[in-house]
Ligand binder design. Structure first.
Ligand code: F6P
Length: 387
């Protein structure tokens, strides 16, 4: 991976505009991790805290459990010693949450069990005021950034750091956590090869990624999977089975299918594992792997098994590349804030760090283009997409 560099001109522009002199003096900031946990979050927390304290002499207050902490006023001071030794730890020492949206905060149920919600934006603003937070650094995905957008509208300066194992954030080529998840998925697919080859079976592995296929596509390529199913390329069950059957008869004797949780058949629907009415993003995908395995076994007669990799992909220590990226993003978010950035998110574009408007990221997903070089490379080594 090329070195990531901040485009200096970006900061010169802020200073030239006199933007920084317009912003209030920053003495104390809040730091929040929102959405699903992701390897590298602690590396960002460490980099933000150490940069803020040592380079800018700014206090950092960690908000606990994502936006829930901002609503409930649960925070803790982050010091040099709080963040020491966390660089290589998975998860987030601040806790996270993908079920809380301050705009629609769950406050209980009425008599017939219907969930009751209230707009808790004002409570977030109270916490920010009480703890004298002059700005917020918000680490999260598209859902977390959409809430940042509403804080911005209320006058709170927010700087975003993109996070997700799905790598689906608009405007950035790479999110930290993705490389770790891809590595975990690849190593798991490698292990499935053993059973597939020994038992002459088809092994289907269902991978995360929501509506984007980056994770399944990359891990599928890295593991040499025979079939890769991604949401962006709807598959035809008949063609998929023909391909698998053909491999069996050509003497391969087994097949590995890397299947994204969001993959669908042509004209088919997404497979939904659960519907969480309390979550701002209420759909949890899952089940397509088992469906594919059932159909393949039924139609080809080849013994087939499914593995759902699940949250293993989000767990464990970040790989070195994610530690490096997360550290750079944490540092860059502080540079951006102190350079006068307002409502911006740090992104990776063409191997460099840049920043864009948070609003361009909120509630949107970056999908795999059909002509992406990854798709072309997979096709050129005769990987099937079931299409
Ligand atoms: O966005 C990260 C992610 O792991 C997705 O890949 C997956 O669809 C979802 O979160 C699972 O969410 P939860 O942890 O709520 O089951």
């Amino acid at each position: 991976m090329p070195a990531l560099l901040i485009r200096n001109t970006r900061y010169e522009i802020y200073f030239c505009n006199g933007f920084s002199s317009m912003t209030k003096k920053i003495r104390r900031i809040g730091l929040l991790t929102g959405g699903g946990d992701c390897p590298g979050l602690n590396a960002v927390i460490r980099a933000v805290t150490k940069t803020a304290r040592s380079r800018f002499d700014i206090d950092v207050v960690g908000v606990l459990d994502g936006y829930r902490g901002l609503i409930e006023g649960n925070v803790k001071e982050l010091t040099w010693s709080t963040v020491s030794g966390i660089l290589n730890r998975g998860g987030t020492i601040l806790g996270s949450n993908n079920r809380v949206n301050p705009k629609q905060y769950h406050v209980g149920h009425d008599d017939d069990g219907t969930p009751q919600f209230e707009d808790a934006t004002q409570r977030c603003l109270q916490t920010i005021e009480e703890h004298k937070l002059d700005a917020m650094i918000i680490v999260g995905g598209d859902g977390t950034m959409s809430v940042a957008e509403s804080l911005l509208r209320s006058g709170v300066n927010c700087i975003g750091v993109p996070k997700t194992i799905d790598n689906d954030i608009v405007g950035t080529d790479l999110t930290f956590g993705f490389t770790t998840a891809m590595t975990t998925a690849t190593l798991s697919l490698d292990r499935l090869h053993t059973t597939a080859a020994s038992h002459h079976r088809v092994m289907v592995c269902e991978l995360m990624g929501r509506n984007a296929g980056w994770l399944a596509l990359s891990a599928g390529i890295a593991s040499g999977s025979d079939v890769i199913l991604i949401p962006e390329i709807p598959f035809d069950m008949e063609k998929l089975c023909e391909y698998v059957d053909g491999r069996q008869h050509r003497g391969r004797g087994f097949s590995i299918i890397a299947c994204a949780e969001g993959a669908t058949e042509v004209d088919g629907d997404k497979h939904v594992r659960l519907h969480d009415p309390l979550s701002p993003d209420p759909i949890r995908l899952g089940g397509v792997g088992a469906h594919v395995a059932d159909e393949v076994e039924k139609r080809t007669g080849i013994e087939t098994r499914t593995t759902v990799l699940g949250h293993v992909q989000r767990g464990g220590p970040p790989v070195a590349a994610d530690r490096v990226l997360a550290t750079q993003l944490g540092w860059a978010s502080m540079e951006l804030l102190m350079g006068g950035g307002h409502g911006r998110i740090i992104v990776v574009q063409d191997g460099q760090l840049n920043d864009i408007d948070i609003r361009t990221v909120a509630n949107k997903q970056r999908l795999v283009p059909l002509d992406d070089p990854l798709v072309k490379a997979a096709r050129s080594v005769k990987t099937s997409f079931g299409d």
